[in-house]
Ligand binder design. Structure first.
Ligand SMILES: Nc1ncnc2c1ncn2[C@@H]1O[C@H](COP(=O)(O)OP(=O)(O)OP(=O)(O)O)[C@@H](O)[C@H]1O
Length: 227
């Protein structure tokens, strides 16, 4: 599913955001990545999504080599990922439903399937009563739920969420983490970055990797208290 060998990331300005790291993630795993601001969490996710490319080593995601920019292959691979971005990236002035459907526009789905999958995921995130409302008037937590619905409506093999708990209070942050992990199954891998290390004992079990100053810290240990 994910295989990195001595992968690193140096940005164009010379910032080494990720020191060489190795990482193996199996299909169906849940991975929590924690670390302070600037430690490299978003940079790691950018590598996984083919937004940035490894400066050294090799990286494979969903069987696709991500080491070189092969636009066609990377585009195809991205269709299999459900991204939950830190800044939401919602279309202003559009409804919840329209935003979720927009996330599926490059998939080869019939209009009927798009509608069904959009409605199902809006229901799963608990926003069915807001489906026709504009995203402009939603709370932060509701916008986060729209981005999750948009990601999972694609039926992705890999869900990648960057800091989905943001500035939510503990109860809402927990709800969001539990919601996201509820989409994990034998065929769906979930990777979540979060500052909320203290919540990991209350969420479904998963592998916990910590980051510090661009280092991906091993060992990883199973976290999560809920059976
Ligand atoms: N496009 C870029 N060009 C140059 N440096 C960057 C770029 N993006 C991030 N960085 C730097 O890379 C390092 C890691 O940043 P990154 O955003 O991955 O950290 P993070 O752990 O996700 O932080 P946060 O929790 O605040 O989102 C930081 O020093 C940051 O300033």
């Amino acid at each position: 599913m994910i295989r990195a060998v001595d992968a690193s990331l140096i940005y164009r300005d010379g910032t080494q955001a990720l020191k060489p790291f190795n990482l193996m993630v199996e299909k169906g795993e849940t991975l929590y990545i924690t670390g302070p601001s600037g430690s490299g969490k978003t940079s790691l996710l950018k590598l996984l999504m083919g937004i940035e490319f490894a400066s050294t080593g090799t990286l494979e995601v969903l069987g696709q080599s991500m080491t070189h920019r092969e636009e066609g292959a990377i585009r195809a691979m991205r269709k299999r990922i459900g991204p939950v971005f830190q800044d939401f990236r919602l279309m202003e002035g559009r409804s919840v439903y329209e935003n979720v459907v927009l996330g599926m526009r490059f998939l080869d789905l019939s209009a009927a399937d798009m509608k069904r999958q959009a409605e199902e995921s809006i229901l799963r995130v608990g926003l069915e009563h807001k489906g026709r409302q504009s995203v402009d008037n939603l709370s932060w937590g509701e916008c986060q739920r729209v981005t999750i619905a948009r990601a999972v409506a694609r039926r992705p093999e890999l869900i990648i969420a960057d800091e989905p708990t943001g500035n939510l209070d503990q109860d809402n942050a927990l709800q969001i983490l539990r919601l996201l992990t509820s989409f994990g199954d034998a065929n769906t891998t979930v990777v979540i970055t979060t500052h909320a290390t203290h919540l990991l004992s209350m969420v479904p079990a998963g592998r916990h990797l910590a980051m510090a100053s661009g280092h991906l810290l091993q060992p990883s240990k199973e976290r999560g208290g809920r059976p």
